[in-house]
Design a binder for this molecule. Sequence first.
Ligand code: ISJ
Length: 273
Amino acid sequence: MASTKVSNRASGETETGDPSKGMITLASVRDALIRQEDTIVFSLIERARFPHNAPVYDPSFLGSGQSLVEFFVRESESLHAKAGRYQNPEEVPFFPDDLPLPLVPPCDYPEVLHPTSASVSVCEAIWNMYLNDLLPLITVKGDDGNYASTAAADLACLQALSRRIHYGKFVAEVKFRDAPQDYTPAIRTKDGDALMKLLTFERVEQMVKKRVEKKAMVFGQDVTLQDKGNKVEFTDGEIKCKVDPSVVCRLYDEWVMPMTKLVEVEYLLRRLD
Ligand SMILES: C=C(O[C@@H]1C=C(C(=O)O)C=C[C@H]1O)C(=O)O
């Protein structure tokens, strides 16, 4: 199987693979996706601590026509851009227009992605899915006034989802390099459906869904103890999860994996430009 050199910088741990080996393979890319599941599940658990807090999403709340969550994400991305975050091809901003230039010297990220394909972004779809579909499923109705903390939790969820979904570019690059003879005809004829068939692995998708459901169950449990005088024991009892595991499974099934595959297709369609 072909592998792709990504980094030999001493401190350069990237999501794409083991920097000590400096290579990526489909297995190492999938390992990175598995690790990102933890970040996504934990960020959803953090967001679910707060009720829906509708004013955060109300464009009239600040009086500027921009919702608090949009303001929070735009301002955060501006700061992150100055610090050089978007020099990293693994990071895709939600609001790329008018971002300030980095104040830090350029970082020589290894060129793994094809230059014209690197610009693929499904941020708008992620934004709409998160606000309209996912939030009502992971939060209870209500308003506790914790608006800034809520927006900060939203930012963490949005960034984790975006990173995972846009990671499809790296998946697609490795798949292409592993089997250019399979992908090239469909790329040349711009056949998105054929590309979708080629890059889909049903069995892997089944495992992803099962694993994230289990992670939501394990990570979202309260661990309670009972002090029995001479020893401390775990308390048995009903398990209540902080985020519904079936919702996390559904998130991956209906949105995360389809969007990742859309990124893969869009990337491949431009791969030979
Ligand atoms: C990401 C991959 O491509 C597709 C998308 C998947 C996902 O988003 O988890 C899983 C399997 C494939 O159908 C992959 O092959 O690992």
